[in-house]
Write a protein that binds this ligand. Structure first.
Ligand code: ADP
Ligand code: MG
Ligand code: ZN
Length: 471
């Protein structure tokens, strides 16, 4: 949309951090029967004390560094007091006064340029338990069950400044952020990213859409709220009081929950049961040294090593780290890296999306796909036949050569192409005459007939050349 209504978006993103155990006890973080991954610490028994999982701190430092944040010299935690059955202690341990990351920024690609999104803060906290409202929602269920397996699972919350001007920018940011977290190995692609999305129109108050689950819903909620407020603003109707709304996956709309409460309601106090962590430069540099290659560095390496454009590398890396890894495994065997990257980011990606499967869960192995691309490279396959095969390569995982012989697909010899051409020319004498008289369209027609005749089992350019010769 290109009118002059100015939109402002800021995100608060939270996600689980990858660890073996919880943040303040040794309970595992694996999926299991309700209330089996619990102990006196994460159940908040009186007299128990939390113990900080060092891996969580390390992950937090890596995230803060990757987002170009300031990391404080001393890390400590606070209690956010509230009374609700999802947290037995009646407070959540979080970071409030000084978070692990402060005043950072992240550049994202936008319309051929790069724009900088400021990061306000990134902080570590524990997840509460999960409430299950049986037979309905919080307003109408008969009763509620609580599962404390999630209580004490480490989370990172990342808050941006209100620097996005439309939902698509927020989408690019989320993809890049996800890629960073995946590359740092602090996040698994099946962990769920949640967000509170703040949107306002210049001159209006801000709406916070709370607790949206997953990338897809975050985008849908942003688009809905963006359009709702723009339409209101066009009618001179601005949001007057800051409000909190909820997104409904069913109706794909947002509805008002309440006017916004202020942070002070939570009564934060310093957590005395956890000692301060001294993050001196020695300690930090040890952690920095173990940081993996980040997406920006990887894009640059792909340019140098494989001659890929930043655009295509971005697709490989932002879609799913595993897709970029898959590409690199194949690149060890396939000579033409650009051809390989093109096939991965177009036809292969389309098939994966169509089947709603990620590369790691699909049946296609990098060995098999390499074989396939090498055949394309050698002219043993052409694009059209390749497109026909790739669907089944993804869905069945069958060896490409086996699949070709089963489907009776092969690229035919030059002699076979030539005899096809001879037959077509014989049958279409008028078109031949027209062509010789200078009618260009007749060539296209004849080429089409030949391709049909040989069932597209040859490279189109090659057929074109042979046909030209014959004519
Ligand atoms: P609060 O303490 O009320 O939660 P914050 O200052 O922490 O407010 O901001 C919360 C989120 O709201 C941040 O992501 C920020 O970018 C965003 N935000 C702040 N002002 C606006 C605004 N005018 N429009 C949209 N988002 C905003
Ligand atoms: Mg907030
Ligand atoms: Zn525990």
């Amino acid at each position: 949309m290109t009118d002059d209504i100015k939109c402002i978006i800021g995100l608060e993103i939270h996600t689980q951090m990858k660890t073996k155990s919880k943040i303040f006890c040794s309970c595992p973080v694996t999926e299991s029967e309700p209330n089996t991954n619990v102990c006196p610490i994460c159940l908040g028994y009186p007299g128990t004390k939390p113990m900080l999982n060092k891996k969580v701190l390390e992950n937090g430092v890596k995230i803060a560094k990757a987002l170009n944040c300031n990391i404080p010299q001393h890390v400590f935690f606070s209690r956010k007091s509230y009374f609700y059955p999802d947290m037995t202690k009646n407070f959540q341990i979080t970071q409030y006064e000084i978070p692990i990351g402060l005043n950072g920024n992240l550049s994202i690609p936008w319309e051929g340029k790069s724009i900088k999104i400021r990061i306000k803060r990134a902080h570590i906290e524990e997840d509460p338990g999960r409430l299950e409202h049986v037979g309905g929602d919080i307003t109408n269920s008969k009763y509620t069950l609580v599962d404390y397996n999630r209580a004490g699972i480490p989370l990172i919350e990342i808050v941006t400044e209100p620097d996005f001007t439309n939902p698509e920018q927020a989408g690019v940011f989320l993809k890049k952020l996800r890629a960073i977290l995946e590359h740092l190995d602090v996040y698994d692609s099946d962990m769920i990213m949640k967000a509170d999305a703040n949107i306002s129109i210049q001159g209006g108050a801000r709406v916070e859409v709370k607790n949206i689950t997953g990338f897809h819903n975050i985008m849908k909620a942003l688009e809905y709220e963006y359009n709702r407020q723009r339409i209101m603003a066009k009618q001179g109707n601005f949001v007057k009081l800051q409000e909190t709304r909820a997104y409904s996956e069913g109706s794909k709309t947002t509805k008002q929950l309440r006017l916004k409460e202020s942070e002070a309601d939570y009564g934060y106090i310093f957590e005395p049961d956890l000692s301060w962590q001294n993050m001196n430069t020695d300690r930090l540099s040890i952690i920095f040294k173990t940081m993996n290659e980040l997406p920006d560095e990887r894009i640059e390496r792909f340019r140098k090593e494989y001659n890929l454009t930043p655009e295509i590398s971005t697709v490989l890396i932002y879609t799913d780290k595993a897709l970029a890894d898959f590409f690199e495994t194949c690149a060890k065997k396939v000579k033409d890296k650009v051809l390989l990257a093109n096939w991965v980011t177009t036809h292969l990606l389309k098939c994966l999306n169509y089947n709603d499967v990620s590369i790691s869960k699909s049946k296609l192995s990098p060995e098999n796909f390499s074989k396939f691309v090498i055949m394309l490279e050698n002219g043993e396959l052409n694009e059209r036949l390749g497109k026909e095969l790739i669907k089944e390569l993804v869905s069945t995982g069958k060896d490409v050569k086996k699949l070709m012989s089963e489907k009776n697909i092969s690229v035919i010899s030059d002699a076979d192409i030539e005899s096809g051409i001879v037959e077509v020319l014989k049958k279409n004498e008028k078109a031949v005459v027209d062509y010789k008289a200078g009618k260009v369209e007749s060539f296209t027609f004849l080429l089409g007939e030949v391709l049909k005749k040989i069932k597209y089992q040859a490279d189109v350019q090659k057929v074109k050349n042979l046909l030209e010769k014959k004519l």
